[in-house]
Design a protein around this ligand. Sequence first.
Ligand SMILES: NC(=O)c1ccc[n+]([C@@H]2O[C@H](COP(=O)([O-])OP(=O)(O)OC[C@H]3O[C@@H](n4cnc5c(N)ncnc54)[C@H](OP(=O)(O)O)[C@@H]3O)[C@@H](O)[C@H]2O)c1
Length: 341
Amino acid sequence: MEEVKVVLYGVGAVGSLIAKGLVEKRGVKVVGAIDVAKDKLGKDLGEVLGLNKKLGITVSSDVDATISKTKPNIVIHATSSYLKDTFPQIVSIVKHGVNVISTCEELSYPYYSEPGIAKELDKLAKKHNVTVLGTGINPGFLMDTLVITLTAVCQKIEKIEAIRVMNAATRRLPFQKKIGAGLTVDEFQQKIEKREITGHVGLEQSIAMIADALAWKLDEIWAKLVEPVIAKEPVKSDFIKVEAGKVAGLRQTAKGIMKGKEVIVLDFQAYIGAEEEYDAITITGIPTIKQKIQPCVHGDFGTVAVVINSIPKVLKAPAGLLAMKDLPVPSAVVGDMRKYL
Ligand SMILES: NC(=O)c1ccc[n+]([C@@H]2O[C@H](COP(=O)([O-])OP(=O)(O)OC[C@H]3O[C@@H](n4cnc5c(N)ncnc54)[C@H](OP(=O)(O)O)[C@@H]3O)[C@@H](O)[C@H]2O)c1
């Protein structure tokens, strides 16, 4: 069997990590790379990834030419969190009859915020006989797919709560900046207003996916504005020192309300100095389930794994716009990917 041919669309922080994972994976051949960033265009992908070798793949901004020339089985897309940006990009791939896995958070469950786009994408994917999936560690796994999987042992469910607490000091600098670490509270609020800090995107999508899996008709999904986590005492990472009273990171919560009751509550916290890092899920019901992963799953490693491990499932899936809840039980691709096809 031939190797799975992959084109990368977006070789930024996460796209590069996925690319490195794919270059090392047996049964996969990276055949092309698309990006618009000036520091990457025209360079060899090996150089962009910081590898000590050339891969013979030049990073191009020309989507049509790259896909027509390389004829991939799948494109791994990692450019933006928002469907308004990614929709035309995904369309440009699907029109070539090529499957897509994207890390776009809003694509993980677009039926909630963008039902029109979701319908159009589903129709287009079916027309071109390809599968489109939005996934990653979160949204995509920790606060939705894993939660849904755990509900399988419940006979009754009253409430679902999931919390993710990350010590941002253990993450890369761009992530620490993205959550506002080191800013004053005023600076943080200004950046929120200018949308330079957007916080975690995807809590509403995770809630909508859980609710749909359980056939719960929610009255509403309520998302609280991003809140700063203020350092009570000085904390630091290798890159940033946070004085007491300044912003160490952020917290975001969202709730799914049904018949006036909070039935799904998601709580995302990422800040420098978090003493305990964990992912915890509590399902109150029959039976009540409490699950805790300690330390929390590393976001970058987890994203690379969820994306790469989803490739065979997407290649074998029916055509259309799918969500993680529509695919078989998630699992790892260990060794040569061709064994899973
Ligand atoms: N679901 C999850 O769990 C999960 C996990 C990780 C990341 N994500 C999301 O995945 C996305 C990518 O993450 P990242 O950290 O890699 O972001 P990033 O570092 O900003 O990289 C994105 C790359 O795509 C390029 N790009 C932007 N628009 C493009 C276009 N129209 N055509 C081609 N290339 C384009 C960017 O170029 P410029 O720099 O010039 O714009 C950049 O090189 C983000 O939205 C992130 O939030 C989701």
